[in-house]
Design a protein around this ligand. Structure first.
Ligand SMILES: [Zn+2]
Length: 421
C-alpha cells in the first residue's frame, strides 16, 4: 500500500503541469549577458530550466510572448498596503480616524492586486499605519488563496517614542489611534519587539528620526527618536529572535543611531554623509531608497507649509548617487501607499534610479537579486535559475534600452501560476 502511494506521488510530480514561456530576451537577475531568444521551463511552482530557446518538452503548454523581456518577479522592499496616500496631514488622519480597520483591509486587498499586476510578486510591507496587525491577515488571505496578491513579508505596527509620531496637533484631552506602537525605555522596547513577533511580524520597523531641518553648514539634520540604548535593545532583541530590523532614517542623527545599533536596512536615507555610507558598506547594511515617494509627496507637503520638503528631493538625489558610487547594497523600494496605489505605477522607481546614478541593469538587480538577499530569500527568489520558485514577469521590448518598459508589465507568473497575461 505504501509503495503504491509512493508510485502515485511520483507519477503526480512527473505529471505536474509544465509551462514553457518563450520571449525575445531573458534578463535573469544575475547581472550577466542577456539571453536571446529565451525560454523558461516551469514545472509546478518551480523553474526547471532557463536559457536559450530550444524545442519545448512534449506535452508542455507553450506561452510565446514575442518581442518581450523575461525577468524575475519584481520585489518592492518598502510598501504600505494599509495606506492609500499620505501627501498632506489630512490624507493621513482621515484614514486613521474615519476608516475602520475592516474598510482599510478591503482597500489594502485592492492595493495588493494592483501591485501584483504591476509585476511585484514579493513585497516587504513596512508597517500598517495604525491598522494594527491587519498586514498579518492580508498575508494569510493571500497565502490561502482568498485574495490575489504578492508574497508578503510584514512588519505590523512599527515602533517610535512618545511625541515621535502622528497624528499630532490634537487636544491632549482626547485619545485617538496612533500610526505606530509607542514605546519608551529599554524594557518596553524589548517587550514590544516580542509582542510584534509573537503576533506575526516578519520584520521589525523603527522610526529612527523625525523633524528634518537644514543646519547652518547646509547639511540636512533631524531629531532622533530612540536613545542609543533603546535602539540597541530593539535590534538586539529582534536579532536574538532571528528577525531583521528596518529603520526609517533620513539624516545623520537617525542613520548613525541605527547603524551603531546594528540595523539591517536604512529606509529613505535622504542625506547619508559619506562616512556613514562607508559604514554601511563595511557592515553590509542595505539602503532602500524610495525615490518615488519623495518626488511624489514633496510638492504637496511644501505647499502645505512644511517648507523643508522643497529641499528634500535634492538631498535625496545626491545621497542616492553617492551611495551607488560607493557600492552600498541597494534594494528597490518605493514607499507606495505613501503615494496612492492607483496614482502611478510604483515601477516608476526604475526611472528615478537610472536618472540619479544607476545603470538599467543595476536598477533591475536592486528589484530582484539584491532585494531577495535583503529578505534572506535568495535561495528561492530574485533570479531565474533552475530550482527557484517560478515568479516570472515580462515587459515589452528591452528594458535595458528603455527602462520605462518596467512600467508596462504584460505578463505575471507567481509561484507557477499565471496571474496576468
Ligand atoms: Zn514607508
Amino acid at each position: 500500500m505504501k509503495r503504491l502511494l509512493l508510485l502515485l506521488l511520483l507519477a503526480a510530480s512527473a505529471h505536474a503541469q509544465v509551462i514553457v514561456i518563450k520571449a525575445a530576451r531573458l534578463v535573469d537577475g544575475r547581472g550577466g549577458e542577456v539571453v536571446a531568444p529565451a525560454m523558461i521551463v516551469v514545472r509546478g511552482n518551480k523553474i526547471e530550466s532557463a536559457g536559450r530557446a530550444a524545442a519545448p518538452p512534449a506535452g508542455a503548454e507553450v506561452i510565446d510572448l514575442g518581442d518581450a523581456t523575461l525577468l524575475p518577479g519584481l520585489i518592492d522592499a518598502h510598501v504600505h498596503l494599509l495606506l492609500q496616500g499620505d501627501v498632506t496631514t489630512e490624507d493621513y488622519d482621515v484614514q486613521l480616524f474615519k476608516e475602520s480597520m475592516a474598510y482599510r483591509a478591503l482597500r489594502a486587498s485592492r492595493a495588493a492586486k494592483i501591485g501584483l499586476e504591476h509585476g511585484f510578486t514579493t513585497m516587504r510591507d513596512l508597517e500598517t499605519e495604525g491598522a494594527m496587525y491587519t498586514d498579518v491577515d492580508l498575508k494569510r488571505a493571500i497565502n490561502n488563496g482568498i485574495i490575489p496578491g504578492p508574497r508578503l513579508f510584514v512588519s505590523t505596527r512599527a515602533l517610535s517614542v512618545t511625541g515621535g509620531y502622528g497624528p499630532t496637533g490634537y487636544s491632549p484631552e482626547i485619545s485617538y489611534p496612533r500610526g505606530v506602537q509607542i514605546v519608551d525605555g529599554v524594557e518596553a522596547a524589548r517587550k514590544a519587539v516580542r509582542e510584534q513577533i509573537g503576533n506575526g511580524a516578519d520584520w521589525i520597523k523603527v522610526y529612527a528620526d523625525r523633524s528634518y531641518f537644514v543646519q547652518k553648514d547646509g547639511t540636512l539634520s533631524s531629531i532622533p527618536t530612540f536613545t542609543r540604548e533603546e535602539m540597541k535593545a530593539i535590534v538586539e532583541e529582534a536579532h536574538r529572535l532571528r528577525h531583521k530590523v528596518a529603520a526609517h532614517a533620513m539624516a545623520r542623527p537617525g542613520i548613525e543611531n541605527a547603524l551603531l545599533a546594528g540595523i539591517d536596512s536604512i529606509e529613505h536615507g535622504i542625506a547619508i554623509p559619506d562616512d556613514l555610507l562607508d559604514m554601511m558598506v563595511r557592515n553590509g547594511v542595505y539602503l532602500c531608497p524610495t525615490l518615488t515617494v519623495t518626488e511624489f509627496v514633496a510638492p504637496g507637503r511644501a505647499a502645505e507649509g512644511r517648507g523643508i520638503w522643497a529641499k528634500i528631493p535634492e538631498f535625496h538625489r545626491d545621497s542616492f548617487a553617492r551611495a551607488v558610487k560607493k557600492g552600498v547594497k541597494i534594494a528597490f523600494g518605493t514607499d507606495v501607499g505613501g503615494f496612492p496605489w492607483d496614482a502611478l505605477n510604483e515601477a516608476r522607481e526604475f526611472g528615478y534610479m537610472t536618472r540619479f546614478g544607476m545603470t538599467p541593469m543595476q536598477a533591475i538587480q536592486a528589484a530582484t537579486r539584491t532585494a531577495a538577499q535583503l529578505l534572506d530569500q535568495d535561495d528561492q527568489l530574485g533570479t531565474i535559475e533552475p530550482g527557484k520558485l517560478a515568479d516570472i514577469v515580462a515587459v515589452p521590448g528591452n528594458p535595458l534600452q528603455d527602462i520605462t518598459a518596467m512600467e508596462k508589465v504584460s505578463f505575471v507568473m507567481k509561484d507557477g501560476v499565471v496571474v496576468r497575461r
